[in-house]
Design a protein around this ligand. Structure first.
Ligand code: IPE
Ligand code: IPE
Ligand code: MG
Length: 251
């Protein structure tokens, strides 16, 4: 048993975030174009939401496109956006039936119109669903989110009678309210596939106390067995949040 982010004992992470990496190398190993890797990766993304829901996870964030990914070759960016625009409408009724609420994280106004419309439509149709939240991170960057938060704090402070005192009073919880998507829970478990040992600008604030898992598996090969094993490993970790082991155990 481990301590959840709200202090209660729990065995399943409430919020799992995944850096789905390794699509390109998966394709290269097989002599396929990189986009084939992304297509296969999109299938795993669809499946992992079901695996997570079955395990009792309440929110799953999938890093689909970072603010840095715009600098990839134009054809790859176009292809990624096309996969999104094609796959989402195709999967919408299944997602809806399975109780998935789609949310986005990141500035989707910069996506091509077709992709943007597909995302908006799916979010709207699934808005009442409560089994699991799928947070699709599109044009997402953790630094961008924090910069945006600082700007919002500034605007808010300007409207207060004593602006300096207002800024001085801000604590971590209040600052979080200026970031994107207030309904997000802190990330309990952060998984990165593809063998790289880095965060790549993902959930910089919300993953402050996340348990980290790195897998060498390329994302298109990621399996339900590996996911469930990671959830099981997570439950055997002791999350201390700065306390001593004895304090956590006594609680
Ligand atoms: C992750 O796979 C998917 C996106 C970033 C969109 P990559 O495309 O980064 O795959 P590798 O790292 O080149 O293998
Ligand atoms: C992170 O993967 C972004 C996504 C999975 C969407 P990258 O492949 O872009 O990350 P780096 O460049 O290896 O750090
Ligand atoms: Mg990569």
């Amino acid at each position: 048993m481990t301590q959840s982010t709200d202090g209660a004992l729990c065995s399943v992470p409430k919020h799992v975030a995944i850096i789905m990496d390794g699509n390109g190398r998966w394709a290269k190993e097989r002599g396929f174009p990189r986009l084939e890797g992304h297509r296969q990766g999109a299938e795993r993304a669809r499946e992992v939401v079901e695996w997570a829901a079955d395990a009792g996870v309440k929110q799953i964030s999938l890093y689909a496109f970072s603010t840095e990914n715009w600098d990839r070759p134009k054809a790859e960016v176009r292809g990624l956006m096309a996969i999104l625009a094609t796959l989402l409408p195709r999967e919408l009724s299944r997602m809806h039936k399975n109780g998935v609420r789609l949310l986005t994280l990141g500035d989707i106004s910069l996506l091509p119109e077709r992709a943007q419309k597909a995302v908006e439509k799916a979010c709207y149709k699934t808005r009442e669903n409560r089994r699991i939240d799928l947070i699709l991170c599109l044009n997402y960057g953790g630094q961008q989110e924090i910069i945006d938060g600082v700007k919002r704090v500034f605007h808010w402070a300007c409207e207060q009678s004593d602006s300096l005192a207002a800024i001085e009073s801000i604590d971590a919880m209040q600052f979080r309210s200026f970031l994107w998507r207030n309904e997000l829970l802190p990330v309990d478990l952060l998984i990165r596939t593809g063998g790289e040992l880095r965060i790549s600008n993902f959930h910089l604030w919300d993953a402050a106390y996340a348990e980290l898992f790195f897998s060498d598996t390329f994302w298109p090969d990621y399996s339900k067995g590996e996911f469930n094993q990671t959830i099981a490993d997570y439950t055997s970790r002791e999350r201390r949040f700065g306390l001593t082991s004895e304090q956590v155990t006594d609680e």
